[in-house]
Ligand binder design. Structure first.
Ligand SMILES: [Zn+2]
Length: 217
């Protein structure tokens, strides 16, 4: 037995339950996708956008990577995976909103904050170090402001969201649409432990979206 066998068991449950409930929607989706929202999240196994936002198939276009990062607009040759997905979502699919969602206990944000892989070879953390160097500016800003505060880690996680939102605006095809009012950018943060979602306001600060709900059993 492998873990993949467990996944195949999951597929059988999906095929007999959720897929049956949604089969008309799946049938429509064969003609193409038209999501209105792009979500950029962390690859972390605990932060699944379609689960957190309870979305249907075809509803959100998702890119996930270490620390939910959007790199700045770059025209150097290379394999710009996030930029390709962003370009496709914005200019071809015509998504109207982009949500960047960070999260609690983020290993990528922690690696950026501590520079724990700064001497690491590729294959031993070097790739992570290179990637999260996108947060070098964020680290300096957060350290200067929060120093030894116990909230330092969380503030770094929130700053990953602000950094990605700022980098989104360096893409000309994003900036022009935001300024024209045809594309909106949002920041969010999922705390994991207590299932609490926070959203970023115009002022860059985060407010909880947790509404009163029945107590957990
Ligand atoms: Zn993460």
């Amino acid at each position: 037995m492998t873990y993949f066998n467990d996944l195949l068991d999951g597929y059988q449950r999906f095929r007999t339950a959720d897929y049956r409930r949604q089969h008309e929607r799946w049938a429509q989706l064969k003609d193409g996708q038209a999501p209105k929202v792009m979500v950029i999240g962390c690859a972390d196994s605990r932060v699944e956008p379609s689960q957190i936002f309870d979305t249907l198939p075809g509803e959100i276009f998702v890119v996930r990577n270490v620390a939910n990062l959007v790199p700045p607009y770059e025209t150097t040759p290379g394999h710009h995976g996030v930029s390709a997905a962003l370009e496709f979502a914005v200019t071809k699919l015509g998504v109207e909103e982009i949500v960047v969602i960070g999260h609690g206990k983020c290993g990528g944000a922690h690696a950026a904050l501590t520079e724990m892989f700064h001497d690491a070879e590729r294959g031993d953390g070097g790739f992570v170090h290179d990637w999260v160097s996108l947060l070098d500016g964020a680290r300096e800003k957060v350290k200067a402001k929060f120093g030894d505060s116990p909230d330092l880690g969380r503030e770094m996680e929130l700053e990953t969201v602000r950094t990605s939102l700022a980098n989104l605006m360096t893409f000309p095809f994003v900036k022009s649409r935001v300024e024209a009012g045809t594309l909106k950018l949002h920041g969010a943060y999922f705390a994991i432990t207590d299932g609490e979602l926070w959203t970023m306001g115009e002022d860059g600060e985060f407010v909880s979206q947790l509404k009163s709900a029945p107590a957990l059993a």
